[in-house]
Design a protein around this ligand. Structure first.
Ligand code: 5GP
Length: 193
């Protein structure tokens, strides 16, 4: 059975969340969201087991040692990782899945799941992105600076991605991702025949 996997990544704070939401609501794509594991503290509006699996460092370190993750990274002092069990669970049931990771996670995922269609969301300009980060983290100067620096690094590697999607509007970006995905999945099915 063809592995139908979308990997959604992008520059820090570029607005992947809204695009992800639109993709998950799409009946034709029929995606399941893969839940990552993190050591980051849960925010008030988040639900354990829905937004992330919130765990402590000891638990995360054991998952790394046990090779339970397809990839993991450290960001802003916290660890984030993609559980093999989460992906394998959905794929075994023949479901289509969406994995959201920051830029460093894309390479290892593509190595483990070569069929994955990977997208890197970029802003209309670096100035626009700095504005978005400022709006989001204006009460925390250290976080703001770090996210801007990370976004700058991510924008440098953006050209390495086959599918760069400009977030000029979340609806348009979602439509473009959908179109490319359906085309790639059709090719996968053809190859399987
Ligand atoms: P946040 O703390 O804002 O929820 O996430 C911070 C960053 O970590 C985001 O760019 C998000 O895409 C990324 N992220 C979330 N889960 C994973 C994961 O499992 N692996 C990797 N590499 N990045 C992740």
């Amino acid at each position: 059975m063809a592995k139908k996997v979308i990997v959604l990544s992008g520059a820090s704070s570029v607005g992947k969340g809204k695009i992800k939401q639109l993709l998950l609501q799409d009946k034709e794509l029929d995606l399941r969201s893969v839940i990552s594991m993190t050591t980051r503290p849960k925010k008030e509006n988040e639900v354990d087991g829905n937004d992330y699996y919130f765990v402590d460092y000891t638990y995360f370190a054991k998952a790394v040692k046990d090779k339970a993750l397809y990839e993991y990274t450290e960001f802003n002092g916290y660890y984030y990782g993609t559980l093999k069990s989460e992906i394998d669970f959905w794929l075994k049931q023949g479901k289509n899945i969406l994995v959201e990771v920051e830029a460093q996670g894309v390479g290892p995922l593509k190595l483990n799941i070569p069929e994955a269609v990977c997208f890197f969301v970029v802003p209309t300009s670096m100035e626009e992105l700095e504005k978005l980060i400022h709006e989001k983290y204006n009460d925390d100067a250290a976080s703001e600076r770090m996210r801007i620096n990370k976004a700058k690094m991510e924008m440098e590697i953006a050209p390495l991605f086959n599918n760069q999607i400009t977030n000029d509007s979340p609806e348009r970006a979602y439509e473009e991702i959908k179109e490319i995905t359906l085309r790639e999945w059709a090719k996968l099915e053809e190859d399987e025949k």
